[in-house]
Write a protein that binds this ligand. Structure first.
Ligand code: DHB
Ligand code: MG
Length: 225
């Protein structure tokens, strides 16, 4: 199957659980739909994964979230709602065009007071956060350009403390993660970050494969010891 392709059975099961368990209000639907107008159409997380991200925030009691890769702000809204009105989210986006769409969606969801969208290469924005002594984040979601995953993990480690959660999206890529002889820089970005995590005694982690509306992919969930 090609990337994003999804069997009808997987879609039906996602539809069933999303319908039964995940309430997407108008603001989330609008954010998801406007994803089609970004530079990376349909790359936002599925609704059930947005709900997972929100649950992780709430289970961990996270109040400060840093996101690498905003696009239309769909996952940003899940994070912003989950941190509550005394929390905040900083989300890093390369493209001004996407950031403008995200800001509209964030305002429609009425969470603009707790969200900051920073435009520019995410590694530069993260460096500015580090250099300015930003207070530590409780959860970091890495979901931007995949070749930079190792650099984003490195920045995440400078911006968090013990107990923080680091989630990395799109680590399976239709199974490409284990295909030998690939030239795909995105796959190399995944493997390198997996190596970095496995060699880091300060992190505990696992990876989950997922199927559904977004085809076959997966997430790494890591925690700083
Ligand atoms: C890609 C990136 C994403 O963040 C995503 O959720 C889906 C696909 C990509 O690089 O192809
Ligand atoms: Mg993603």
């Amino acid at each position: 199957m090609n990337r994003y392709e999804s069997t009808s059975a997987w879609r039906d099961v996602d539809d069933y659980f999303i319908e039964a368990l995940v309430s997407e209000d108008e603001a989330l639907v609008a954010a998801r739909e406007s994803g089609a107008t970004t530079t990376m159409p349909n790359a936002e997380v599925a609704a059930n994964h947005g709900a997972l991200l929100g649950l992780l925030v709430q289970i961990a009691g996270a109040k400060r979230v840093l996101e690498f890769g905003t696009l239309a702000g769909y996952s940003t809204i899940w994070f912003a709602r989950a941190v509550g009105d005394d929390g905040n989210v900083i989300t890093l986006e390369l493209e001004e065009q996407n950031a403008a769409i995200a800001r509209e969606n964030i305002a429609r969801a009425e969470v603009q007071d707790r969200v900051e969208v920073r435009v520019g290469p995410a590694a530069d924005s993260a460096r500015e956060l580090i250099d300015s002594g930003a207070p530590p984040f409780d959860l970091v979601f890495i979901d931007a350009d995949k070749p930079s995953n190792p650099r984003y993990l490195e920045a995440a480690l400078e911006l968090t403390r013990s107990g923080a959660i680091i989630v990395i999206d799109n680590v399976v890529r239709d199974g490409a993660v284990v295909q030998p002889d690939t030239n795909d820089a995105r796959v190399h970005g995944v493997r390198e970050v997996v190596d970095d995590i496995s060699r880091n005694p300060g992190l505990e982690a696992t990876a989950l494969q997922t199927v559904g509306l977004k085809g076959w992919d997966g997430l790494i969930i890591a925690r700083r010891k």
